[in-house]
Design a binder for this molecule. Structure first.
Ligand code: HAM
Length: 430
């Protein structure tokens, strides 16, 4: 029978890679904790309506990319294509939003039926933060600070650039959209099919067109900046001043409109040249209207999401994952014979108690020294712990062999064991 394969665009994360994932997750958790954000977990499946009403009916995500299906009750459900909608639904449903301030974070898989390529998948993972109940621009900047702190911890600061834009309120954008549609209508015959369709349904998305001919036409198009309210300009100016005071570099990109409809005022993306075509590692902004749009009380909100696959690709490509984060196994114990199994397993217990942070395998399945030591090397262990045969069930002498190039070996008594191991491992470069 033919073997079944994973679904295209949905990746398995194998043991070698999962160490990098764990490293990134640990760093992210540390950073959000430092900023006082708390974790929220919400389902992967929600009513399709939730995403339609938040992300917007006329967006690529809702029009083309959602995994939607009728369940056995006939309810139309979707795999979440992003986290903000579910986060807002959950926080509002449980009364976390009304008259309160919240700083929340989440992490997990998202699903979009896009054309897979490097850095773009159908199941991908995001870290997200969402802050509720604060007017800003201080909170907008705080949220950006969280991302900047993560880049710092991961050593990525020099590889990412922040682009920001003020997209005004949804009323501002409606007015601007009308002006843009009128402009595009004059050039309709030069537009591609996608832009012709979007010109009427969601004209701002035409600004994102990758078609160079469309971009040429857009050079003379009306500018969103001329339509945004004074209030949003003030907010944006204060935000930029704060970013400067905090030494967070940025550039303004008047073309940046984002692919989701719920934003207002400041939107942003962090991009990198280190990834090729899929260079956006983080996107976000304010979305003050969303909670109300989903049936809650008006609630100010701001947040971002980071694509974890893209982070992992960057860290691997730039070799920025520290050695110790990639060290899964530290010690490998080689029982000399089946009579010594119990004594060796007990020794492993003792060593795990003495070195709680280290990975310690006690060889299972028998075999000669040569095949066991091969397993120790294959496991990537740093040290082989090789007891001499036990005398009346008690281990006395133990050989230690470093599994590096030098291969230093020495035999110690049981009493000296922990001290000697500590010495050997601390001398081995970390
Ligand atoms: P987004 O820009 O759609 O925003 O996605 C955020 C990040 O997720 C992107 O910058 C990218 O790194 C990653 N990403 C998106 N699609 C894919 C994909 N197909 N494969 C791999 N990575 C991908 C949002 O999702 C908003 N919910 C962000 C937000 C939170 N805004 C406010 N709060």
């Amino acid at each position: 029978m033919a073997k079944l394969q994973a679904i295209r665009g949905m990746n398995d994360i194998l043991p070698g890679e999962s160490l990098t994932w764990q490293y990134v997750e640990t760093c992210f958790r540390r950073v959000v904790k430092q900023f006082g954000y708390q974790e929220i977990r919400f389902p992967i499946v929600e009513q399709t309506q939730l995403f339609k009403r938040s992300i917007g009916e006329v967006t690529d995500i809702v029009e083309k990319e959602m995994y939607s299906f009728d369940d056995r009750n006939g309810d139309n459900l979707s795999l979440r294509p992003e986290g903000t909608a579910g986060c807002v639904r959950a926080a509002d449903q449980h009364g976390l939003l009304y008259n309160q301030q919240q700083r929340l974070w989440y992490q997990g898989p998202m699903f979009r039926h896009e054309r897979p390529q490097k850095g773009r998948y159908r199941q991908f993972h995001q870290f997200g933060v969402e802050a509720f109940g604060m007017a800003g621009p201080d909170i907008d900047v705080e949220v950006l600070q969280v991302a900047a702190a993560l880049w710092q911890v991961l050593g990525l600061t020099q590889y990412v650039q922040l682009e920001i834009n003020n997209i005004g309120s949804s009323a501002d954008r409606k007015q601007y959209g009308a002006a843009l549609t009128a402009f595009l209508a004059k050039h309709e015959e030069q537009l591609d099919e996608d832009s012709k369709r979007r010109m009427h349904t969601n004209p701002l998305r035409v600004l994102d067109s990758k078609n160079p001919d469309v971009q040429t036409i857009l050079r003379d198009a009306p500018q969103l900046a001329d339509y945004v309210s004074d209030e949003s300009k003030q907010h944006f100016a204060e935000l930029k001043a704060l970013l400067k005071s905090l030494n967070i570099s940025f550039s303004e990109n008047p073309r940046l409109v984002r692919g989701l409809d719920y934003y207002n005022y400041c939107v942003y993306e962090w991009t990198t040249d280190a990834l090729g075509a899929q260079g956006t590692v983080c996107g976000g902004g304010r979305y003050d209207g969303l909670v109300e749009q989903l049936g809650g009380k008006p609630t100010l909100a701001a947040g971002f999401a980071i694509g974890i696959e893209r982070l992992v690709l960057m860290l691997d490509g730039l070799k920025l994952v520290p050695e110790e984060a990639l060290q899964a196994i530290d010690m490998y114990i080689l029982p000399p014979s089946s009579e010594d199994t119990a004594a060796s397993m007990l020794l492993a217990e003792e060593l795990r108690a003495a070195f709680p942070a280290l990975g310690i395998i006690c060889h299972c399945g028998g075999g000669k020294y040569n095949s066991q030591i091969k397993r120790a090397f294959n496991a990537g262990a740093r040290l082989a712990v090789i007891p001499e045969p036990a005398e009346k069930g008690v281990l006395t002498a133990i050989r230690l062999r470093m599994l590096d190039e030098e291969g230093k070996t020495e035999t110690v008594s049981k009493d000296e064991l922990v001290t000697k191991i500590r010495e050997l491992l601390s001398n081995s470069g970390d």
